[in-house]
Structure formats: structure tokens, C-alpha cells
Design a protein around this ligand. Sequence first.
Ligand SMILES: *Cc1c(COP(=O)(O)O)cnc(C)c1O
Length: 367
Amino acid sequence: MTRPFNFSAGPATLPESVLQQAAAEMLDWHGSGMGVMEMSHRGRHFGEILAQAQRDIRDVLAVPEDFDILFLQGGGSGENAIVPMNLCGGGQLVPNIDVIVTGAWSKKSAQEASKYASVNIAYNGAEQRFTTVAPAASWQLSNDPTYVHICSNETIHGVEFQELPDLKAMGCDAPLVVDCSSHIASRPMAWDRIGVAYAGAQKNIGPAGLTLVFVRKDLQDRALDICPSAFHFGQQAANDSMLNTPPTYGIYMAGLVFQWIKAQGGLAAIEAANVAKARALYAAIDASPLYTNPVDAAWRSRMNVPFILRDEALNAPFLQGAEAAGLMALKGHKSVGGMRASLYNAMPLAGVHALIAYMTTFAAEHA
Ligand SMILES: *Cc1c(COP(=O)(O)O)cnc(C)c1O
């Protein structure tokens, strides 16, 4: 069977060798006589899977010891509520969250957080239609915010921070909260600038249902009383993410994906591959009169590449021809229109080359 190239924004393509290994182990994990889905999360076998996944994630992402890695549920959207519930009980009379709105996802985070705290939109890229982000020095941060939230890769608008803001250097001591759902494990993370980082698994690291949350240890004791125990950073950290049943199969799959990353040469090799893929696709878009990407070159996402066809009437034939050529899920998000090619870690360079070849032929046919 040859699999088509899947450009879905999420859930998204996974490394084929990982899927094959999971298939081979489906009925019997390492001679245990059980599949991973059937095992007790408290048993010896799953204990090994969890510990290995944790070690591999810490290794690959170079997560420092003063961070705990939590395996939670609720997705990126859940974290939009879970984070304020965990950070807003620190004693401030009126918790105040600064949000940097750079696209659809950070906008949603701001809306959700406003249920728990007063929210200051310290920057809003809406006026530039989320095609760029103003320098951090121009953001209108509050005096003493409870935390500052960014989405480091805007999956819908295709806007990515190439570098995280350095709040300390800006005279702000608040922790930085980073929604890195759609580019986690695609590039190194500047841990010294981060307080909390979270990512739904279904973009770059496994099946939907698992959320990875990285929480600095000093930020685990400031939860609101209403915070559910299953979402309480400190309680979950103290219980190795096993206060309740964790998403066991998702953890297993994430573990396989991080082993795959190691086998590719680690994060540096993955990042180099991602740079090559994105560079090739943006160059093809920029060279063509038919396609445009509106994002400021300095803010273009390596992971999610939206592009518009000059004539909207060509959208349907473009998608139809793409599917026939084995290039799936290229339809853009409805709020942006046009197309979107998501180039997550598991998308091979060959997939990007096939997409570019198809785009070139289609453009010639519709010149
Ligand atoms: C996909 C995504 C989410 C939402 O994830 P859910 O699992 O659907 O809640 C949040 N933030 C970003 C940046 C995303 O890409």
C-alpha cells in the first residue's frame, strides 16, 4: 500500500514506521500478552512505557529538571482554562492576564481566560489581519501581570515566533505561558524564558486525547480552589500524571514518536528538515503568480503554510486534482480561505516536493 501525503492541520500525519510498530504491538506489547490499551495504568508494563516516554521527551526537548512533564487530557482548548485555574490563585487581589493576540488560537485563549481573570490584550495583530507581529518592546504589558500568554505557532494564520519573547529583559517578572500545540518538537525550546508550555498531541506527537504540559516547579502551588484535581498541576506532578487514569495509549504513541525523533538524529536534524521543507514550499509560492502567502517573511510558520489562489473559482479544481495526485487535506481553514499545507515533523520532504510539482503543473494549466 502506498499512503498519500496527508497535509492535515490536525489530527495529522504520523511517521509510518511508528504506525507500523504500533500495529505490530497492538495485540501483544513486548511479550506481555496484552495490548497497551488493555493494561492497567498502575501495572509494571505501563509503568515502563510512561517512564521511557518521560525520559525520551525530556532528552529530546532538553527539558530542564526544574520543569515537570505532565500527561493530561483536555487538549489545547482545555489548557486555555486549566492554565488560568492553576496560576490565578497566587494571592493577587485581581488576577490579570496579558495575552498577545497573534491569530485565532491566542484570541480563543484570551476569551477563555477572561472567565477567570481580567484579561489585557497587550497586543492585537487583528488590524494587520494576523500577518505579522509587532516587536515585543511595543506590547502594552500590564504593570504586574499574573502571567503573559502567547501562542508560539498560530496553526490557522501560519504565524510563528522564531524566538520566544524574553520577558525578563523587558522588565517583566511574570511567567510566560506558551501554547506550542502545533510546533512542539519541531525546533528547540528556550526553557529559560518559559513558565508553562502546553501542546495537544495531535499535531506533532501522536493521537488526539493527550496533552503535554510542561510546568516549572515554582508555578505548581498557585491554583484557584475551584481547579479540578485532575487538572491541578501540583497534584498531577506529585502523582506522576496518575492522579486519575492518564491517556495511556496516547502516552505510548507519543513515546514511540519521540524515539523516532531520536532515530532521525534528534531535534537538530528534525529542525533542519523542517527548515528545508518550509523553505522549498514558500519559494514555490513566492515564485508563482497564482499563489500567495500573506504572512510577513520573518513570521512565516514552518509548520502551517496557508496560501491563497489568485482566483477563488480555482479552489475546487485545485483540491480535486490534489486528491487525485495523492495530496490530501489541503483545504484552508474557513476563516482564512484558500489552502493550507501543514508540514509537521512526519511529513517527508518527498511530500513537499510532490506538492510543489502539483502546484507548478496546476499553475501552468491555469495561467
Ligand atoms: C489545535 C490547537 C489547539 C486546540 O486543540 P484542541 O485539542 O482541539 O483543544 C490549541 N492551540 C493551538 C495552537 C492549536 O493548533
